[in-house]
Design a protein around this ligand. Sequence first.
Ligand SMILES: [Cu+2]
Length: 703
Amino acid sequence: MIHFNVIVFLLGLLSPLVYSHGCRMEDDVCEFKLVISYKLTMLYNKILVLPHNGKLYKYDVTNFTNAQPIPTDKVITMDGFSESVKVITVNGTVPGPTIEVYKGQRVIIEVENQLFSEGTTIHWHGLHQRETSHMDGVPWVTQCPIQPGQSFRYEFNITQIGTYWYHSHIGTQRTMGVFGALILHEKTKRKMEEHVMVISDYNHDWDSDMSFLKVGMGLYMHKKKVDITRSVEGGLFSLFQFNSGTVNGRGRYYDESGKHNEAPLTVFEVESGKEYRFRVIAAGALYPFEVSVDGHQMVVIASDGYDITPTPVDYFIINPGERFDFTIHANNSVGNYWIRGQTLQMGKNNTFEAILRYKGAPVEEPNSTVSDCIQQKNCTLLNCPFLYNPHKSDKPCLTFGDLESNYRDVPPFRSGKFKEHFLNFAFPGEPGNTPASINGRVFVEPTVNPLTQPNEIDSPCDKANCGVDKVCRCTHSINLKFGDTIQVVMTNLGKGKGFSHPIHMHGHSFYVVKMGFPKYNETTGRIINDSTDIDCRGDPKMNYCNDAAWSNSKWEGDNIPGMNLRNPPRKDVVMVPTGGYVVVRIRADNPGMWFVHCHIELHSKEGMALILNESFARLPEMPDNLPGCRSFKRSVYNIRKDTGKDDCKDRNGEDDKDDKGDNHGVADDYTVRVALGVLIAVVCILAILVVVLVFLVIRKQKN
Ligand SMILES: [Cu+2]
């Protein structure tokens, strides 16, 4: 039975900030429509609104006591900045509607691109897309972009449960607002009520393209060069300027004096005595957030859609792309409490705030305080990109690799069916040329869809330009053989280290079997030495780390000290700490083209990405009318004279010119070449005759 969500969608059109986009448990197929379009912040029916005391008012209101506030849910506020700023929305909102569906359902989502000047694609982050690699939504990896004015129908089965999300995978559209929650439920009664928190960093001065240009080309503010910020261990952040953090599209801007603009915040309502599940999704461009709830103990129960052994924490750190699910008991006194997030930058107070409000509490801002960890107790921090944070705890941070799960099916070492890859996520190179890369290969997007047009990829990584001590630009891919156990050692070492990278793998949820950290000064938390477990090899003076290996040659297969092969946690984004590494395992049982990349948008865009070409011969059947794409770079200008019928690429990506006799452009070229050949032959014969004639004349004269 098909349940088309017409009513929900029409409601969505009438009221642009209706968030939930649901599907009934009994439906077999669920259809949705997502419209991608530009919008401006802080406007209500074309009237500019301004924030005051957590509410919105018409721009010219001066007497707030008697004025009627504007309904907040009808306005895209972001951080309440007082001038309208361009955002890209899904169905008119940031974030887009939360899509909630059930395991076992088939989902059909039509995406319509109403942008003026950009193509788009939507990626369903964390979904394995088994049998449907072509629905993964990565431009020039699994599909050609959806052009302005065009639509694309995504269609796939829901085979997982948990907290996922969707976002644009093209350019910088994600951080312009094209993201939303995708919650996959079991078809059973929920254990507790739930809240979804989609968090993001935000800059109201520049759009994401401009931010990235400034990071890349030089950032000056108030005629001063801006310096890069650092986290406690000395890890670098970015020049990406943080104005505000938002939760479900709402935050507030703090000016330089530390005063905020009173913009409305997201409120999560709870009832005293009940337990709640919070699903936190990090959609931002770059900054990790250290998340806490005043007056309440969080218990982390899942990450990236996979359960972990429930772990009580005071803070957890969430990086772009990651999800953490936690529960809290509403067991404090009825009131308002801050939900806080703080970036890890030292010397900066870059935060987000949301409100936890008990039913019956006054509608006012919390005055709760964050727990002073060192004074009151040693806090438990989870998922730091380092081991020690002396400002929060005397204890080392709980790493993701310290967590356990109930998954007992880690792909094992099997002789002849085991492949290990070392991938270094870093910025190697010489001064002035240190682009983001993996093993020194800067990812170049193909001009075609590799799934359907594999023979047309014209930017492969060649042996001459790429290598141990080189940096090259090409369409980097790794072939995986069906059925193999794949162990990937994600490193962040050598000359190009410095930033920690949240690495995301499409098509799989890997098992995190080991994490390796550098050596720290336990008092200051600063890095002393990189991990010595890995040998970067290559020229030590270059130190690119493009061809790493274990330092100890006896470490191979399952024989690596400290690996958890019994009950490791699963995930699809993992933070690879600067100076360290993460070992993950997958089973190559999902044929497709799967993108692997840093989830910091700028790093990925710059080239920290590659394609896992998994079991190409076993790719699933694909619709034969998937749109194709290609570039116009050929040296020969062919004029097509055929009728244009059947001009799409076929399943194997074979080019039209192989259909002999059917392509008149190629035939014309052939005729010209034959004529040229005949002309050259005639000239040669004439030349020989002249030489012979001259020879005979000379000989006759001598006689
Ligand atoms: Cu990165």
